[in-house]
Structure formats: C-alpha cells, structure tokens
Ligand binder design. Structure first.
Ligand SMILES: *Cc1c(COP(=O)(O)O)cnc(C)c1O
Length: 421
C-alpha cells in the first residue's frame, strides 16, 4: 500500500464570504433555489454559511440514504481514491462486478449496466426496450408507454417518457415512439394497447410516483399490468430511481406491489449521495451486445465501491427496519396535522420514508410556501409538484430527530394557519 498523502486544504478554496449575487451571475438559472447556502453536513443535519443548522428531510432529494458524512462512505471514498478512481470500461475492475453481483442477488434481475444518474439509467432502459422490440418482437416502430404525472428524467428521451407537458413544451420536437396512460387505471392501459395495434414493446412506470406527487402504485393495477405484459410479451420496466434502495421500507418499491419486473432502473439512493445509476434486467431481455450502449464514467471503481458500501450498510445496520418504524412515526405525525389543520392539510400518503403531505385543492398556499415556512423553523423539505410537500429524510433518521422534525413542521403550519385565518 502507498502511504496516504497529506490532505491539501488551502490551495483552491473560494472566497471567504459566500456571495449569492456572484453565484446567480455565473451559474445558469435553471433552478428556483431557496435562499440558503449549505456548507457542512453530519447525519441528518446540515449547516448553512451563517452557521444555522437544519434537520435535513430532503437528503439531497432522496439520495443521502445514510445521512451526511457517514464514516463508512467517507472511508470508502478515501480508500478507493488512493487506490484507483477511474479507468473506463475498456478493462475489468473488481468493484463493478461486486456491485452488480449484490444488485442481482438482491433483486429480480440477472444483469446490471452502470451509469451516473437516473435519467441515464432510464435512457438505457428505453434503448434496451427498443432493441428488444426489433430483435425479439419484430416491431419496426415500437412504442413505449409511460404514465401521466410520471417523472423519468430530463434528457430528451426521458423527458419525453415523463408524462408532464410542462417539462416538455420548450424542447419540441420530441422523439417519437412514446405514449401516455393514466396511472393506476387498467382499462386505460388495455385501451392504449388496442390503439397501438401490437406496436407497444414496454411500459416504463414508477412503483410510487415521486416527483408527480408521492402517489403510491395500486397493487391490483400493477398485478393486472404484469399479466398484460406477460400476455403481450411487453417489458415491465420499473423506475426505482426514487422509491428503490430501501426508501419504501423494502429494498425495491415493486416489492410493495407483489410483482416481478423485467427491467429495474435505480440511481438516487444507490450511492448514498455519490453519483451512480444502474439499469438492471432479467436474462430474457438481456439483448445488448458489445458496442450497443456505453458510459465513460459508468461503473467506475470509486462509484461502485461507494455503492457497495451503501448496499452492505443497509443490510448490516438493519436500516430497512428503521425505515418502516420511522415511516410509521412520520405517518402518524402527518395524520395528526391533517386532523388538526383540515383547511391547510388534506391528506398524507406514501411508503416508508417517502411520504407526502397533500394540500387541499383550494389551498390558500402552495407546497413551496410550506417548505419556506419549514426552513424558517430549521427543517428542510422539498415540494413534489405544487400541492404536495415531500418528506425524504436519510434512512438512518432517529426517533428523536423525527419528533424534532414533526415539531418544527407543526410550528411552521401553525404560523401559516394563523396568517391565513
Ligand atoms: C430523480 C428521478 C429521475 C431522474 O434522476 P436524475 O439522477 O436526476 O437524472 C428519474 N426517475 C425518477 C423516478 C426520479 O425520481
């Protein structure tokens, strides 16, 4: 082993004071950011540049499953950086194989392809489905179905699969070969299959719609969907980018629905905050040949070692049991808010530690207003659309932290209630 080099800290630090005006001048304005700048994180807590601390129930948008600065993740990054970071897929590396084996042994899939994000994982699934259509089903112009209010990413193909026109409008013309079905509606799916007359090759769908409003899939619908996919030899491709990797209280969201998918995409939670994605498939649709698909950074030793550390830690620290217990605690807290503030909170829904507080149709405020009020009380939350406030804390959140978050949320809602009465 080479001795660890001294850590360099001083050479490339930005200016001492964070300057928001400079940030806004140089960075493209693609995000509506909340007005705090975060500097440090530990466990479920983060600190801003003013030194104020927040309970982080966003966790990098459902990514930092083991919280911030987890010692095992930090150790994995450091050890692998000092050994081998990246060499491309021209060669074999042991960590990619080890992570693929873990994912295959812990899912319905037989094979893994690695990439760097959720959109890239779904892009891979879309390409796989099209090759499967040509090679196995003999469809010249295949159609992929996805759901209204879904979210599958921002690349041109995945934004087209995303069933939300607001994300697509500025970027027409969109690629062809996609159509949309209402979520949890089996007769509508049958109608879509009839409409496309044997051209549908796959259904891309979230087991629980995350960005689209934390809407869980319906068991009966998904079992009917599986049966129709079997009957027509369509690929059932579940987008587990948000619901997977333990967030639902089971490792995969589809386990809550009693189905076995053909293709699984994952990203967000897989690296515990480190960028990595994967597209998994069963042997029956493993149609890619060398040269069909690739990603320069995909499956690099650093990302895969971190991913494997996250996966193993979920098991060894019995994290899924905590997700179920803390999920119930969160659900009970949200239900009590709905009971006490019915004019501001209409319902709560979700699985495990992926939950939403639904605002009423005629709400005087939007999810963004609740999030801003929670930030003022030291709690970070994220909207899922305009009417749903989303809770996606690290999966290691403690009972005390959950109680603290619910108390902060209650203060925020109480103040909003007072200002809207
Ligand atoms: C976030 C998300 C994506 C896109 O992931 P990126 O890493 O941002 O590309 C795709 N599908 C679902 C369900 C997501 O929640």
């Amino acid at each position: 082993m080479v001795a660890a080099p001294e850590v360099v800290t001083a050479a490339f630090l930005p200016a001492e004071e964070f300057d928001r005006a400079d940030f806004d001048r140089y960075v493209m304005g693609t995000y509506a950011r909340f007005p705090i700048a975060l500097e440090r994180g530990e466990g479920c807590r983060v600190w801003d540049t003013e030194g104020k601390s927040y309970l982080d129930f966003v966790a990098g948008i459902a990514t930092c499953t083991l919280g911030h600065s987890h010692p095992l993740v930090a150790a994995a990054v450091q050890a692998q950086m000092q050994t081998l970071q990246h060499v491309s897929n021209l060669y074999y590396t042991r960590w990619q194989g080890a992570l693929a084996q873990w994912l295959v042994e812990n899912s319905a899939a037989d094979r893994a392809f690695f990439c760097n994000s959720g959109a890239e994982a779904n892009e891979g699934a879309i390409k796989l489905a099209r090759k499967y259509a040509h090679k196995v089903l003999n469809i010249a112009e295949p159609v992929i179905l996805s759901a209204h209010s879904s979210f599958h990413g921002r690349t041109l193909a995945t934004v087209t699969a995303t069933g939300q026109p607001k994300y697509q409008k500025p970027f027409t013309p969109l690629p062809t070969g996609f159509d949309y079905i209402p979520y949890n509606d089996l007769p509508a799916l049958q109608a879509a299959l009839a409409k496309h007359q044997g051209k549908v090759c796959a259904v891309l769908i979230e087991p629980l719609q995350g960005e689209g409003g934390v809407r869980p899939g319906d068991r009966e619908y998904f079992q009917g969907l599986r049966a129709l996919c079997d009957e027509h030899r369509l690929l059932l491709m579940v987008d587990e980018v948000q619901a997977g990797m333990g967030r639902s209280g089971k490792l995969w969201g589809y386990e809550n629905l009693g189905i076995v998918p053909d293709v699984i995409t994952t990203a967000k939670g897989l690296g515990g905050g480190f960028p990595i994605g994967a597209m998994l498939c069963r042997e029956s649709c493993n149609v890619f040949d060398p040269g069909d698909h690739a990603s320069t950074f995909g499956g690099n030793p650093l990302a895969c070692r971190v991913g494997l550390t996250v996966c193993e830690t979920l098991v060894q620290e019995n994290v899924l049991a905590n997700v179920r217990d803390r999920g119930e605690q969160l659900q009970a807290g949200l239900q009590s808010l709905v009971a006490r503030y019915p004019h501001l909170c209409a319902a709560e829904r979700g699985w495990g530690l992926l939950r939403g507080l639904v605002l009423p149709e005629n709400s005087p405020m939007q999810a963004r207003d609740v999030v801003a009020a929670a930030i003022a009380e030291g709690l970070l939350l994220v909207p899922a659309g305009t009417q749903v406030v989303r809770f996606v804390p690290p999966l290691i959140v403690t009972a005390a932290e959950m109680a603290e978050a619910l108390a902060a949320l209650e203060r925020a809602i109480g103040k909003l209630a007072a200002s809207h009465s």
